[in-house]
Design a binder for this molecule. Structure first.
Ligand code: SF4
Length: 279
């Protein structure tokens, strides 16, 4: 590859250097004709109306439903990914193109017909649809819709600051509470912590999910450190401890419920709301 012709994508901490025709680590951004283009723009792989608790968000419009949008690609490579069919695949998974205006119309229809409160960008990593989000989020807001992200939080600070004013609620994955753990999953620990702290500071409703995977993050001292850090941002930030089941490339047995309960008790020493999921 001729480095002089490479461009650096600055959207997330990977900062991929892409030569002409190359696609980034996430599978959603490609160097085409001297520009980095988002090849997932407006492409949908899944569209459904879900209960908001499924995101999970327990303290944001509980009992309501939300139109849920998914595209493809992810900038992390978790071997236990629960959505690997779309997160670790490419454009071949797309079912079609939906323009920002069409999505606003769909959201309005979902509100009228099913009481949906807005649109959740979820299933794959939604921040990779950055240009689409930046266009559609203000339109949704103007139409009285709430904008929700279910995300790994791996976004550079500049783009994050530009996007957050249009976001109402986020469920952010905090996958493991260590830099080494994040490195092993293809992510960056400081970036996710920065995203969580910034979203809380800017008044976005934030809930956190940790998928508890045996041998990765089922350690009590690690959970104590995580809960302590979150409590420093706000003791009323809800934490969801989700039970792992064998998926994708990870086949060890599911997390024992007793371990989840012990972790919940540990986290509850610092946080007011700690929920168990997938149990
Ligand atoms: S968004 Fe994709 S292409 Fe850009 S730096 Fe991150 S992984 Fe690389």
């Amino acid at each position: 590859m001729n480095n002089e012709l490479s461009l650096s994508c600055e959207l997330c901490p990977h900062r991929c250097s892409l030569g002409e025709g190359q696609t980034g680590y996430c599978g959603t951004r490609k160097h085409i004709d001297g520009q980095i283009k988002n090849i997932s723009y407006g492409l949908v792989t899944s569209l459904a109306i879900d209960p908001i608790e499924k995101k999970p968000l327990y303290h944001f419009y509980p009992g309501h439903s939300i139109l849920s949008w998914g595209s493809f690609g992810c900038n992390m490579k978790c071997p236990f990914c629960q959505n690997h069919e779309i997160s670790q695949r490419g454009r071949e998974m797309a079912q079609g193109y939906v323009s920002p205006e069409e999505l606003v119309n769909m959201a309005d229809k979902a509100t009228r017909e099913a009481g949906s409160i807005g649109v959740a960008f979820t299933y794959n990593e939604p921040l990779l649809g950055y240009e689409y989000l930046l266009e559609v989020a203000p339109l949704l807001r103007r139409a009285g819709q709430r904008v929700v992200l279910v995300t790994n939080g791996q976004l550079s600070r500049g783009p994050l600051m530009e996007l957050l004013p249009y976001i109402d609620a986020m469920n952010i994955d905090l996958k493991v509470f260590s830099a080494e753990g994040y490195q092993g999953l293809g992510g960056d620990f400081d970036t996710v912590k920065g995203t969580i702290a910034q979203a809380v500071e800017m008044g976005v409703h934030v809930e956190i999910t940790t998928l508890v995977v045996p041998t990765l993050n089922d350690d009590m001292a690690m959970m104590e450190a995580e809960a302590q850090w979150l409590a420093g941002l706000g003791q009323d930030i809800p934490l969801h401890l989700s039970r792992y089941f064998p998926r994708y490339k990870f086949q060890i047995p599911p997390t024992p419920i007793t371990v989840l309960q012990q972790l919940q008790n540990t986290a509850k020493q610092y946080l007011k709301y700690v929920y168990l999921g997938n149990v």
